[in-house]
Design a protein around this ligand. Structure first.
Ligand code: PMP
Length: 433
């Protein structure tokens, strides 16, 4: 790094803020398409996109133009106390694509705030603060969203404004569902839910919150239909379903526009953020009108739905629909998934995912034991080869790939070659060592 930015970061930011690549932390100074340039002078193909946030990519003329046009009006922010045309228009469009009949939309600045809002509305309409959450989930860093985050390293307070009960995740490698067939996982999940409802809740649960595919948790997905199986039981009790689409929304999974659609459900509320702003601070909730209207006091957001984010969000939505990025995610994702699955290495415990949301579990050769140290080695080797990927999972042993949905087939192959090379080298090392 050209100056002591990492030292300054460490001196002024709180110690709990993680930074990738340790002493070799990366400052990204330029971006174009799916590539970024670091302050280290190197160019990288970006398969993580700021944690699945740069959904369209970097320096996209259509998005830049929309934001510039808004800036040219001189209005970056007014207040949601005034009418904001772009906000109403984007809300109308998101309500239409949400799949929720007669949806209402409220904009926030982040995914955490979106989930906080959804939980608040569910608690209000149901007059209960009991929530069902899934182990290994991530829903944000605010007080309530941390309470439903089932991943200890991200949940830094045991004090909770919610009364949370936990359900098993759909992890096929470890925990309650390990080794089960998809059909058996569905049955076991329903049994788990019924047991939790009968034993540890007081019978007035407000909502279940779930990620259709767990993001931070390491791209863990239960079988298709899992949320549908849950919803049958939830429906018997009037319990609401909140689908956290912060990572899975907008076509990322390739086969559907929303992650929830793989489950044969229509949630009562969905939350979104990340990709829809392509870097601008934009999140929100779309949900059933009766639930969305349930907050008893008036409420607003100073920055949520600001004209600049709305201009970006509208341009992103236009871009992804005009270019059918969902189909592109399916096509390029298949190149990655097929290539990774062909590898068949003893240190690769599982290759999983859908579309451009792909996880690789690194384990000790031939076992299911997580190997976070080997994961770091693959992660570092990828960077050395010019590829940025993510890392995550409960045990820190999952490589996460979530490139922009504009990824080309050539770029998919280029990244795949770097990734498979890194995996093969670390695999050989692990077997010798
Ligand atoms: N939900 C999910 C599924 C997420 O992945 C994240 C962020 N990683 C959040 C919520 C929180 O979003 P934000 O960081 O914008 O608050």
């Amino acid at each position: 790094m050209s100056d002591d930015l990492l030292a300054r970061h460490r001196a002024v930011m709180p110690g709990w803020m993680p930074v990738y690549y340790g002493d070799d932390a990366l400052e990204i100074v330029e971006g174009s398409g799916r590539r970024v340039r670091g302050a280290d002078g190197r160019t990288y193909l970006d398969f993580f996109g700021g944690v699945l946030t740069n959904m369209i990519g970097y320096d996209i003329p259509e998005i830049n133009e929309a934001v510039r046009k808004q800036l040219a009006t001189g209005v970056v922010h007014t207040s949601t106390l005034y009418l904001i045309r772009q906000q109403v228009e984007l809300a109308e469009r998101i309500a239409r694509v949400s799949g929720i009949p007669d949806a209402r939309v409220f904009f926030t600045n982040s995914g955490s705030e979106a989930n906080e809002t959804a939980l608040l509305m569910a608690a209000n309409v149901r007059r209960s603060n009991q929530i069902l959450a899934i182990k290994n989930s991530y829903h944000g860093r605010t007080f309530a969203t941390m309470a439903v985050t089932g991943h200890r390293s991200w949940s830094s307070s045991s004090l909770s404004p919610l009364n949370v009960s936990w359900l098993a995740s759909g992890d096929r490698l470890r925990g309650r569902m390990a080794g089960l067939s998809d059909g058996d996982i569905l049955d076991a999940a329903v049994d788990d839910l019924r047991e939790v409802l009968a034993t540890v809740t007081a019978g007035d649960v407000a909502a279940m919150i779930a990620e259709p595919i767990q993001g931070v948790g390491g791209f863990v997905a239960g079988p298709d239909g899992l949320l549908g199986a849950y919803q049958k039981v939830l429906g018997e009790h009037g319990i609401l379903l909140i689908a956290d689409e912060v990572q899975t929304g907008w076509g990322r999974t390739g086969e559907h526009f929303w992650g929830y659609q793989a489950h044969g459900v229509v949630p009562d509320l969905i939350t979104f953020a990340k990709g829809i702003g392509n870097g601008f601070a934009l999140g929100g909730v779309a949900g059933r009108a009766d639930v969305m209207n349930a907050v008893p006091a008036i409420s607003f957001s100073t920055f949520g739905g600001n004209p600049l984010s709305m201009a970006a969000g509208t341009a992103v939505l236009d871009y992804l629909l005009d270019h059918d990025l969902q189909t592109n995610a399916a096509r390029t994702g298949a190149i990655l998934l097929d290539g990774l699955r062909e590898l068949d290495l003893p240190t690769v415990g599982e290759v999983r995912g859908k579309g451009l949301m792909i996880g690789v579990e690194i384990v000790r050769p031939g076992t299911r034991e997580p190997d976070p140290a080997a994961t770091v080695r693959v992660f570092d080797e990828c960077r050395a080869g010019g590829l940025l990927v993510g890392k995550g999972g409960l045990y820190g042993n999952v490589l996460r790939m979530g490139p922009p949905l504009t990824l080309t087939e050539d770029e998919a192959r280029e990244g795949l070659a770097i990734l498979t090379g890194a995996l093969a080298r670390v695999d050989a090392e692990a077997r010798i060592g």
